[in-house]
Design a protein around this ligand. Sequence first.
Ligand code: DP6
Length: 354
Amino acid sequence: MLPVTAVANPNIAFIKYWGNRNEALRLPANGSISMNLEGLETRTTVQFDTLLPADNIKINGKLAGGKAHARVSMLLDEVRALACIRQFAWVVSENNFPTGTGIASSASAFAALTLAAATAAGLEASPCEKDATRSRRPDVLPGGPCLDLAALSRLARHGSGSACRSIPGGFVEWTAGTDDANSYAVSIAPPEHWDLANCIALISTDHKSTGSTEGHTLAGTSPLQSARVDDAQRRLDICRHAILNRDFTAFAEIVEADSNLMHAVMMTSRPPLFYWQPATLAVMQAVRTARTKGLPVCYTIDAGPNVHVICTGAAAEETTKLVRSIPGVREVRLAKVGGPARLVENPSTTPDEI
Ligand code: DP6
């Protein structure tokens, strides 16, 4: 069987996923809304091989073992079951941005893995419904069952919740759903719908001490989590409406409120989680001040100290300059709105390299 390469962008959530109703299936406590981040990407190549005694997984140049290996193999097991194959796989995955620092690397990693593995296993997989026929590869077991966008997004969710949002393109909503079958993400608007940019203030690239997976299990220990979840539908409706109407004022208010609510839950969990550093707060304050002076800009923060400063494309240059000038900000990465997870036609990784 031939190697297949897929690329996916991470995404930044405007309405956050924090806490699961079902940890094993990653059924979220509430729905979420995000945008994909163009330019930041995970590139993953998968090749199933009858001669392999176990999955061989290389992530950013290092052989994966332990939990990381088990998490990837679990997703490959699901793909094998769907495709009715038994072969283990070679997996090579590379990110072009720092991992474990509040830029959702597990989102792009599991989205790219899902698409590459499903296609390499002979499943007809496409994150873009209209591309379903184009993505069929005659060299990989033609005629296998078809995985549509919803099925791919559900599968990616099993690997990492936020990964289900990196399968479709542009602005994306993950509906919490009632069970495994109907909890997946769809695009609510394509990338070109609204020219937004994310100026990511990198404050630290150290690996965070408590990852999201562990953090989700603590969410319910905060007395604030039930209030956050009960109010989620209201925030989702406001955010979706603001995106569809390109209403930056309404968007900025709800995005910051949602991020603050999630961090309030984090800080009041047992044990509490403090992801912010002094420079994180400095950026938040500078962003709010700039907005009162008319710059269309707002902040949101994931499970790390880095701040995602969202602005209109027209304000990206001024925003980058502002964020760069704040003491404690080491670097600024700019990302516009990204597309869906996609297959790479002429992968640079050859079977020899894999
Ligand atoms: C704070 O999707 O990384 O970024 O399902 O355990 O992989 P796992 O968690 P993950 O959680 C993301 C949490 C967040 C908010 C968000 O992206 O919605």
